[in-house]
Design a protein around this ligand. Sequence first.
Ligand code: FBP
Length: 545
Amino acid sequence: MASISALQAARSQYQPKLPKTLQGPVVAVEGKATQSVGNQAEIKELFPNTYGMPVITFEAGAQPKLEPFNVGIILSGGQAPGGHNVISGLFDGVKSLNPQNKLYGFILGPGGLVDHKYMEITPELMDQYRNTGGFDIIGSGRTKLEEVDQFEKGIQILRELGIKALVIIGGDDSNTNACVLAEYYAAKKYGVQVIGCPKTIDGDLKNEQIETSFGFDTACKTYSELIGNIQRDCNSARKYWHFIKLMGRSASHIALECALQCQPNICLVSEEVEAKEMSLDDVVTYIAQAVANRAADGNNFGTVLIPEGIIEFIPAIKKLIAQLNDILATPEAQNLGRSEQIDFVKAHLTKDNLAVFNSLPTSVARQLALDRDPHGNVQVSLIETEKLLSTMVAAKLDQWKKEGKYVGKFGTQHHFFGYEGRCAAPSNYDADYCYSLGYNASRLIANGKTGYMSVIKNTTKPAAEWIAGGVPITMMMNLEKRNGKMKPVIRKALVELDGAPFKYFASKRDEWARQTAYVYPGPIQYWGPSEVCDQTTKTLQLEQA
Ligand code: FBP
């Protein structure tokens, strides 16, 4: 075994908690038939074999004896704390049904299934990764599973390994893939079940059935520790404004949760920027005004939290991105080299969009025009919004200084927190939640389910009271434009402006902007009083209150 830290050694002994129902044999209780959240007729037509299935809740019951079977697992998309615990929960769940059952991991994401790269997860291997962060046990990747050829290559290896069910751990895009694969294998009667697990630090895979995606809890606590440390430094030296960009792709859940934990001077919320139709200049003016107000009190320091996706929510830029996506999806654009593509898109943009494009700094414009992930998303983590905004705020303050409207100093520091939190050792919440999700997936498999996502609910209560079950993935789907075409996708959950977390933040932010009301959350604790170790995110507490 590779050398490990004392903390990891002690942590490996932690036995994650399971809901009481999953501690013994279960029976699946079916609710009513379901519908997709949008475009019902189209989704039904696209998923005739997996549409309309009922929500499932597990209750104590008798487990029928099953023949030995094997299971495959895939980690898909961005890393999130707790992935190894989903695997250990699944491993223990599958072995508890029959010790001869085997678990195979596909290497480096969905691509491993297509390319037949896999490894058996043995008990010895599993024990090295219990309660650890990261996805390194088998690695992750972003290959999009959407072609029949990929599904057929997949079934070859699944058959070769005697795999009865495949579990895909992923976010909205990866679970969309899971659903498409489940439907294909069901239509072909291949006898392989596909189950999804809700992962992503972004927190945007949630709805009435899914309380939170795993990893959000640990990632936000990790970023909040760092933001708290910066705020202490900031309040000690009193000479810098810290511009802190936070991961989260489109949604602002991470920035909002960190604001609730740390009480910074400013936190931008992309969804509000869009709803209020704010321009880039409006956003800059809002920050500059808060800087000027604090300067008037003699406080030339502060913290600004910026969700990484904000640029996409400024209405004029959103319109520009939508047109860029359409242009880039055309066969002519796809056959061009990168520098030719820029000229091509510029030649095809409308006058208004071209004006917005030309008004952006060249590096930002290039990133908007070129960088897309395999699912067609703009790679917002590559855009240095924190620098863009601080530079524009500095220019505005200079102008106000000349006009005699501002007297102060504006020194800046920049940070981007994303990768720092995605592989952190899971909090107790994520360790328990993920283990339960994985264990629960084994029960969905044992009950013959396919096209379902593993769900654990009631998670603000003690783990024994958590409710385990499954939700049909088609229930969360609607049609959206991706890479220029309408596609079935799981609807992303953005921050709701009439939801409790945002409303609480909005009721406090003016006070936090003017005063120095910082909270310093400190590091995640694994042992100690429950109010220190087992708290869920503020977002979940407010939502479930
Ligand atoms: P998932 O949606 O796959 O969970 O990934 C989330 C995320 O961490 C985003 O917050 C971020 O924008 C993106 O991944 C970064 O992607 P990459 O790891 O490919 O740089």
